[in-house]
Design a protein around this ligand. Sequence first.
Ligand SMILES: Nc1ncnc2c1ncn2[C@@H]1O[C@H](COP(=O)(O)OP(=O)(O)OP(=O)(O)O)[C@@H](O)[C@H]1O
Ligand SMILES: [Mg+2]
Length: 321
Amino acid sequence: MNIRSAASSGRDEGRPSRQINIVLRNHETPAVSGTSAISESASPKSNAQIGLFQEIGGELDALVGLDNIKELVFEIYALLQVAQMRSEAGLASGGQAYHMVFKGNPGTGKTTVARIVAKLFQRMGVLTKGHLIEVERADLVGEYIGHTAQKTRDLVKKALGGILFIDEAYSLARGGDKDFGKEAIDTLVKSMEDHRSQFVLILAGYSSEIDYFLMSNPGLPSRFPIQVEFPDYTIDQLLQIAELMAKERDYILMPQAILKLKQHLLQEKDESPHAFSNARYVRNAIEKAVRSQAVRLLNQYEHNSPGKQELMTLRTEDFKL
Ligand SMILES: Nc1ncnc2c1ncn2[C@@H]1O[C@H](COP(=O)(O)OP(=O)(O)OP(=O)(O)O)[C@@H](O)[C@H]1O
Ligand SMILES: [Mg+2]
């Protein structure tokens, strides 16, 4: 079982990128009534809500690169704001579907962005709960006829008011017509009709495989109007991510350590371009270096504390790559 509820990690370090500007409006709007978990019109925004959206913009800005995704989130934000203004002006506002496809290699930030999007939808009143249920094939597919449909329906139920994120979605279509994966797909398509506007479905996986998956059911492509590419990070971006991750943990990377990491990343990316896990690889490298540094410090300073500076410093020898 692989269901994880979202808890977005807050970041407070901004990076120069597309800034999301909050337009403060000087009049309150009527509350949206109804029981639907998703409403096109966002609820009136208090200062607290605006503050929370600023927090989301900050979280997004703290991510290295991903400019196309930052643009997309801003687009969604703008759309929701304008939908609200349109509904106040008595204009039609609605019908927009938010189901998405995230295409990209491992560790390119798909789950991280899905969590931020979930939060955005919740803050903007699009989703009532804004939680993220992250699942993969094994969570949806059962062992006998009927079991899969039940499992899938149960997960959709759990995701109502939030986001259902299906990782490696293409694996559902892998086995062809006889596979229970097909039953899961059919159930999902039906749920998207039955619970229209009550949850957002995000499919994630490698580009080519996701394209194959979308072709497996004629009802699928048109149901996912938002398709986003998560490109592999460049070496410079990976190093920026490394420094960011170190900083978040109160560590500093020595220049020589950065150089060593750079050489290693160049080699890894070159040797296994398809299996390379981008930012996740970097995170693992940093976490491993933190463990090595702890052992080194204990050996070096048997009877006293190394001092704050030394406790913070990751040296070349800590990167046993
Ligand atoms: N642009 C970024 N800036 C900073 N940190 C990032 C960025 N992208 C990813 N990370 C970090 O890298 C790690 C992996 O990211 P994430 O889990 O979102 O990747 P993923 O695309 O979902 O991977 P997978 O396909 O393997 O599930 C996380 O710790 C995340 O915080
Ligand atoms: Mg993921």
